[in-house]
Write a new protein. Structure first.
Length: 145
């Protein structure tokens, strides 16, 4: 009786762009967009220090209103990265809705209980952190890694 021939080796699936192929879990490249966000928050706070403590902590609260929900989203949606596209899409949509709700809660709490608050620096910190996240993600996706 003949032995069964060895099965042919299937070609490796193409990479999904995050260092993995197929349905195996992958690491979310959070450092590529979270690191520039917290660094920009700190740089803005230091740059505002000559304007006073209110400007500094207002910008930090604004930065946190954008940064903390981004971290939450990375953890929530990142769990499903590498799963089926339906599972990931569901996690991303739910994560984005929760991220927006968390942002709203942080803004309401800050404007309700932080006094005095410099709203212009609050929103400057928030906008800077969001733009830094976009720039970091764009840089990470175009770096060829």
């Amino acid at each position: 009786m003949e032995a069964d021939p060895a099965p042919e080796k299937l070609p490796e699936p193409e990479s999904n762009g995050f260092g993995s192929a197929g349905n195996e879990p992958v690491a979310l490249p959070t450092g590529q967009w979270l690191k520039p966000q917290w660094l920009s928050a700190l740089v803005l706070a230091v740059a505002l220090s000559p304007l006073g403590l209110t400007a500094v902590y207002s910008s930090l609260f604004g930065s946190m209103a954008a940064l903390l929900p981004a971290v939450f989203f990375a953890i929530f949606a990142g769990r499903k990265l590498g799963a089926s596209s339906g599972e990931f899409l569901q996690a991303a949509v739910i994560g984005e809705m929760l991220k927006l709700a968390l942002t709203a809660v942080i803004c309401v709490v800050t404007f309700r209980w932080v006094d005095p608050l410099a709203p212009e620096w609050f929103f400057a910190g928030m906008i800077l952190v969001i733009i830094a996240g976009w720039a970091g993600l764009y840089r990470g996706l175009n770096s060829g890694n």
